[in-house]
Design a protein around this ligand. Structure first.
Ligand SMILES: O=C(O)C1=C[C@@H](OP(=O)(O)O)[C@@H](O)[C@H](O)C1
Ligand SMILES: C=C(OP(=O)(O)O)C(=O)O
Length: 437
């Protein structure tokens, strides 16, 4: 039998695909922000439909060590958080692999009283933290780092005054989120200027949630943010499905000519990563973002010859890079230098794994160009990076019998049920795809 490349798997007019409904777990970023805001709000808050994964369990556990009571219903329908306001007492806090824990919690700790020691996995220790540690020091906090401005980090807290600071946010927006969330607990207003800010939609998400928990934030025309010292009030919040996680099923639809709908992720979403669907649209997929759901329908062909800046939605660039070999022309992804500082050097990891699949790739400091070509059988080096594993699973689905993962279980950072849900949606997605070789 002759096979064509790219594979023509798309629907014809007479065989339009029926729509599959994906069950996407809650947003990691919304869950961890909601947990922290609830902790900082004296009283009882409920977080409905939280993500239950390594990152959110680590965050929840860290808050427990900071004196916050969290009660989960047996089925995790909601988590009930009894907030304390500022943290009091000494604590050792294990952040595991979670960047959000390492960057959101030290500023919160600095508003309290006690000695707080933060540490995490070797992977997390390798990620930058210095701009945040320096900012806290300039605000008057006593912060000590045993490494080059990273974990382990000790915060000796006696409460914090506000003031006016500028911060280099070119390596992560998470420093900005951490400082902003702590700001209503300071003794006076905080004005923050985030220089060269990456991942801006995550700061917008932070501001939206802070306002829901009762904080007042003013944005000036020059981009500075001022937060008053009024504290937070307890709030109930329903967590949206995770838009970054949804990219894998959307990309699968685009690459295999299926139609996939994600309920609960719609026009009013607080997650910038939903804009990944714009990228799929550029590659020719049909996208419908409705009020209460988003649907992506593939045509069976992916249009190449596109260049996209994915700097604001960098968690999603690997999903696009993984299906790019199936397009009918090169795909260039720009603006993702900061993605080299995540669970892995994601730009290098994508380039090397695609090259191992026999795909021509050009790598620059902040970009990748992926050329079309049939992937060959390869075991992907996941680098304990959940997004490498999930992105290449999409390629393996669209190009059967090609992809194995050296660490399929690393998806548990944000989506422990990923392989099961992929298998439920797409029956040809076989578990051997994921067996360690
Ligand atoms: O604030 C957040 O919840 C996040 C911000 C982003 O990080 P950077 O700001 O470091 O790019 C993103 O990659 C991460 O998965 C979650
Ligand atoms: C970068 C990520 O996580 P974090 O920074 O929260 O560890 C991610 O989930 O892709």
């Amino acid at each position: 039998m002759t096979t064509t490349f790219p594979p023509a798997t798309g629907p014809t007019a007479s065989t339009a695909p029926s729509t599959l409904t994906a069950q996407i777990p809650g947003s990691k970023s919304l869950t961890n922000r909601a947990l922290l805001l609830a902790a900082a709000a004296p009283g009882t808050s409920r977080v409905w439909a939280p993500l239950v994964s390594d990152d959110t369990l680590a965050f929840r556990d860290a808050l427990t060590r900071l004196g916050v009571r969290v009660r989960a219903t047996p089925d995790d329908e909601y988590w009930e958080i009894t907030g304390t306001g500022r943290p009091l007492g000494d604590a050792r806090i294990w952040c595991a692999d979670a960047g959000t824990a390492a960057r959101f919690l030290p500023p919160y700790a600095a508003t309290g009283e006690g000695e707080f020691v933060f540490d995490g996995s070797a992977q997390l220790r390798a990620r930058p933290l210095r701009p945040l540690a320096d900012a806290l020091t300039r605000l008057g906090a006593r912060v000590r780092s045993d490494g080059p401005g990273s974990l382990p980090l000790t915060v000796s807290a006696t409460g914090l005054d506000g003031g006016s600071i500028a911060l280099d946010a070119s390596t992560s927006s998470q420093y900005v989120t951490g400082l902003l969330i702590a700001a209503p607990l300071l003794r006076s207003p905080l004005t923050l200027v985030a220089r060269d800010l990456v991942s801006r939609p995550y700061v917008d998400m932070t501001l939206a949630l802070m306002r829901r928990f009762g904080a007042t934030v003013e944005e000036s025309a020059d981009g500075s943010l001022t937060v008053g010292p009024g504290g937070y009030r307890p709030t109930d919040l329903v967590i949206e499905p995770d838009a970054s996680t949804a990219t894998y099923v959307f990309a699968a639809a685009a690459a295999t000519g299926r139609s996939v709908r994600v309920p609960g992720l719609g026009k009013a979403s607080l997650q910038g990563d939903l804009r990944f669907t714009d990228a799929l649209r550029r590659l020719g997929a049909h996208v419908e973002v409705a009020c209460d759901a988003t649907t992506v329908t593939g045509t069976g062909r992916l249009r190449g010859g596109v260049s996209l800046d994915m700097g604001e939605i960098s968690d999603t660039f690997m999903t696009l890079a993984a299906i790019a070999p199936l397009a009918d022309g090169p795909v260039t992804i720009r603006g993702v230098a900061h993605a080299r500082l995540k669970e892995s050097d994601r730009v290098a990891a994508m380039a090397r794994n695609l090259a191992a699949c026999g795909i021509r790739v050009e790598e620059g400091p902040d970009r990748l160009t992926v050329h079309p070509g049939p992937p060959r059988r390869t075991t992907i080096a996941c680098h304990r990076d959940h997004r490498i594993a999930m992105a290449f699973s999409v390629l393996g689905l669209a190009a059967p019998d090609t992809i194995s993962l050296d660490d399929p279980g690393c998806v548990s950072k944000t989506f422990p049920g990923f392989h099961a849900e992929f298998g439920r949606l797409f029956p040809e997605y076989e578990l051997p795809l994921c067996v360690r070789e």
